[in-house]
Design a protein around this ligand. Structure first.
Ligand code: HPA
Length: 298
């Protein structure tokens, strides 16, 4: 938790000055955060300048396989929209504090971004969701926040945003429309839903009973990222678009009873990080095309 706002502002300014010194007057407009297996989005960027997280003062590095850990700056699309891309994100389950996991968002704002595109790999909770489907996020459930585990806990950073931030319209309606329009214009046949993302801190995948609970609460997809970044982005006044790539169907059937002899396969459909990366890889080309089109249309 941030206890000293002045100290944090200094840390943010140091990171911003260092980054500015590397990008030579470049002014990013859109921050893109690549989810698990979706680092290929960065291949859309031209005239690229890459800065490893580890070289930026105050920026922590990521430990997860499939999350390289660098900021990339450059242009997307024929309209040459200036972007900043986080290839590799920091998760709360890795042990980072929220302010470290979300540092890139605040840095993006400091560098002039007004919009953020967040992507993630997520489990499918809504019945009928299949691996490889996409879900545009229209709302979220931040269950951890109900008990006070929250990225904005602590003294408010008055220079960045207000104390009480509404989350009722966190996911920008016109950006969502742009994304659907782009998918249509490109003739993408993959199913694209709209729904509510449920943040579960991880790193375990959910139990069967937890999946049923999440569905009952109104979650359509579940994952271990995104919401802390979205909250910090909304605090800073950034417009937010967020997308889940469904990489697995969450197992929701009751655990086979040991009171019966029925030899139900215990591992039927169990989620794994390997499966997450495989599906992300397969769908990432479509995600890249739609994101390129949508950002080019901003
Ligand atoms: N649960 C949580 N996070 C995830 C999942 C899941 O099933 N799949 C990909 N990320």
């Amino acid at each position: 938790m941030i206890t000293d706002p002045q100290e944090f502002y200094k840390k943010l300014e140091d990171a911003a000055s260092y980054t500015r010194s590397k990008i030579d007057g470049f002014a990013p407009q859109v921050l893109i955060i690549c989810g698990s297996g979706l680092g290929g989005i960065s291949s859309l960027i031209s005239n690229k300048i890459a800065i490893p997280y580890g070289t930026i003062p105050g920026f922590k590095t990521s430990t997860v396989q499939g999350h390289a850990g660098e900021l990339q700056f450059g242009f997307i699309g024929t309209n040459r929209v200036p972007v900043m891309c986080m290839v590799g994100r920091l998760h709360y389950y890795e042990g980072y504090e929220f302010e470290d996991a979300t540092f890139g968002v605040r840095l993006a704002k400091e560098l002039g971004c007004d919009t953020v595109f967040v992507t993630n790999a997520a489990g499918g909770v809504r019945k009928g969701f299949k691996p490889g489907d996409l879900m545009v996020i229209s709302d979220h459930i931040y269950f951890a926040g109900f008990s006070g585990s929250h990225p904005l806990r602590g003294p408010n950073l008055e220079k960045l945003g207000e104390r009480f931030v509404p989350m009722s319209d966190a996911y920008d309606h016109s950006l969502r429309k742009t994304f659907f329009d782009s998918a249509r214009a490109l003739g993408i046949t993959r199913s694209i839903h709209e729904g509510t993302y449920f943040f579960a801190a991880g790193p375990t995948f959910e139990s069967r009973a937890e999946v049923r609970a999440i569905r009952t609460l109104g979650g359509d997809s579940v994952g271990m990222s995104t919401v802390p970044e979205v909250i910090v982005a909304r605090h800073a006044g950034l417009r937010v678009f967020a997308l889940s790539l469904i990489t697995n169907s969450c197992v929701d059937t009751p655990a086979p009873s040991a009171l019966e002899d029925d030899p139900v396969a215990m591992d039927d459909g169990i989620a794994s990080h390997k499966e997450v990366l495989e599906y992300a890889n397969e769908a990432s080309k479509d995600v890249e095309r739609i994101i390129q089109h949508a950002i080019n249309s901003l």
